[in-house]
Design a binder for this molecule. Sequence first.
Ligand code: ADP
Length: 208
Amino acid sequence: MPDRYKAILLFGAPGAGKGTQGKILGKIPGFFHLACGDVFRSLDMTSDLGKQFLSYSSRGELVPDELTIQMWRENMHAQTVLSLYKPKQDLLILDGIPRNVKQAEALHGSLDVLKVIHLRCNDETAMMLRMRRRALKENRMDDADDKVIRHRFEVYHDETFPVLDYYSKEIIADIDAMGSPAQVFQRVLEVVVPVQDAHFNRPAAVGA
Ligand code: ADP
């Protein structure tokens, strides 16, 4: 196992499209996508941990850092043991973590952050619309209530946005998050492919 996982962070406000882009990227050989929110949502909601997650997320709050980091470590370990994620071959695409500066510090020893993709969207109304649509489609309680959505934006501005200052400016790529998923994905690929080329051997095409 390498000392630190080589990673690209997907960064942006709720509804900016991190999950959509991450899921598409994760389908391409040589990338492994992990969304912290998905890991939480896969918990058994009747377990202690699941109940804790629900109590925070339903209010639009972050889950406490220690719990989050521990969960993330256990999940990464499991993915590696199962060979779903191969650190020597796959560029890790992390979405939803770190979500505050404390988490960024805690992950410093485990992550070699090669790029931060900042999905920028200044139109909060458009993001809220995306989230309401997602709430209906994916049964997400945290996206169903306008008060909770607004609080999630506040938490993003107060706690998550400052994470950008934690990383060096040279590795931050600002990407316009408005447009269709395909249009945004084209912009994301322009940033991500050179990083993969520089750090990994080209993955073999399946069936080639
Ligand atoms: P979105 O993609 O809309 O920003 P996520 O699916 O990433 O939302 O996260 C949903 C909820 O899970 C968050 O509101 C929060 O309660 C919890 N969560 C996810 N990632 C973290 C994290 N790194 N630290 C603390 N809480 C988190």
